[in-house]
Write a protein that binds this ligand. Sequence first.
Ligand code: PGA
Length: 226
Amino acid sequence: MKKLFLVANWKEHKSSLEVHQFMISFLGNEFLNHAVSNTEKKIIICPPAIFLSQIHTLIGEYNLQIKLDLGAQNISQFDQGAHTGEESARQLSEFVKYAIVGHSERRKEFFETDEILKNKVHTAIASHINPIFCVQGKDTYVPEEVTIVAFEPLDAIGSGTPDTPSHANEVAKFFKEEKNVHYVLYGGSVTSKNVLTYTSQEYIDGVLVGGASLDPLEFSRIIQNA
Ligand code: PGA
């Protein structure tokens, strides 16, 4: 059975109360346990960093049948020190096993360069955090240590017009065969209706979901349908 990564990227959304309501609804969802038990589905929620501790505590209170991990949406490129506003890999590693690195929104809005992203990957791995490295196409630079890549074509993000499953599969094949990447996820306008068209592709190992992951029922359906 193929291992599938189902990653929620909440971006800059939700209040503390909304996070609580999401988690209660999501974790209490009977068909979620049913959809995930006896499968190789790995669920990873990447909330804004300020909610990591809250969700970590909440998950600990549930006797979960499912594999649910947390991920960071970003990580400092530095180990520690005078870097106002940043969270280091060592700090994040108390709560997360994964970190999204190189999302196109961070590249564009926060001017993250290949050099910065390489440092981020390095510091993440040194603290045993697995980077989920976002690429926008075949020519995106991927640091050597990366094992999980998320292919997210720019015009598919938040647009309602996802890439075709066959093209996403072709790109996934390229990263596995040419770049030694172990797992390739697809991201960009994934919903419960189209998720299977991606996860059923030979070279695609999961999805990175933005907008559709904000609703507990829709995200549960994505997990179920994947
Ligand atoms: P979307 O975002 O699912 O809302 O298109 C995906 C992403 O940016 O990771």
